[in-house]
Design a protein around this ligand. Sequence first.
Ligand code: IMP
Ligand code: MG
Length: 182
Amino acid sequence: MSLNDSVFHEGLERVLIDEDRLAARVQELGVEVGRAYEGRHPILVGVLTGAFIFMSDLSRQMELPLDVDFMAVSSYGDATESSGVVRILKDLNSSIEGRDLLIVEDIIDSGLTLQYLIDTLQRRNPASIRVVALLRKEKPDAIDVPVDWVGFEIPDEFVVGYGLDKAGRYRNLPFIGIARTP
Ligand code: IMP
Ligand code: MG
């Protein structure tokens, strides 16, 4: 997969993870995560909006009964650096008390969003909380928050595609690309 000159690819530096590598890794992850929940009935909690594609592909590799719910949080607005302020824009639809939760995140950058989510959800007394993230940036100063499965460790660059956006754009790219810095 290479970039072309269309407006669709305008603003991109290069492809970081192409469609085939993404699909192979998500398939592998889904099977592995599914096995970890054998005999259980977890709730997948997708973190909107970035995780919507990952969650849909991942969940279809998990051969077990499960529930799907979503939370929307905002820490960025249109900025590309974390503000450190996390806000709940949409809460879960259902109670999680006594349930096995799997948080499905698109990317871990500073770790602030995930830490906030884990703290918030822990207070609602689930049976367990585990986390799967598609991407994690290699950042020495990131918060050390527990992540059970990571799809890809990536360099500390702003990436887009496969659900991830830059100011709302690029979510529908079928690969992960690096956004050009102005
Ligand atoms: P954190 O709180 O700094 O870990 O940031 C987590 C959230 O910021 C992610 O769930 C994304 O929505 C967003 N984010 C962080 N880095 C990137 C990036 O490189 N591209 C797109 N979104 C990002
Ligand atoms: Mg996100």
